[in-house]
Unconditional design. Structure first.
Length: 106
């Protein structure tokens, strides 16, 4: 039977004492700034949640508005120009579709 072991990084093999020493050193170095850091992280999270809620309400309002009017929500404007006599429009953004250019040969 062949067993494979995934290589582990030595960085993540901390014992309990090593983690305690690192935490104590971190508190000694950054102890005075931790309340400010906590406040700024908290404010950032609150602002992010507000922005996310705003986007969700805008999407919900847009879908409710289009459902109430009975028409699908058109995100792209209709192309009114027509070069062909049948009334069909050709895409102008893809030069390969119009036959103007050949794709590169590999």
């Amino acid at each position: 039977m062949i067993t494979t072991h995934l290589p582990t990084l030595a960085f993540f093999n901390f014992s309990g004492w090593e983690l305690a020493i690192i935490l104590v050193l971190g508190l000694l170095i950054f102890g005075r700034r931790l309340p400010e850091l906590g406040r700024s992280v908290g404010k950032t999270i609150v602002e992010f949640k507000k922005g996310l809620a705003d986007v969700q309400t805008e999407v919900r309002d847009a879908t409710n508005q289009s459902a109430a009017s009975g028409q699908p929500n058109q995100s792209l404007p209709a192309n009114s120009k027509s070069d062909s006599p049948s009334g069909q429009t050709r895409p102008t953004s893809d030069p390969y579709a119009q036959g103007q250019y050949r794709p590169p040969q590999s």
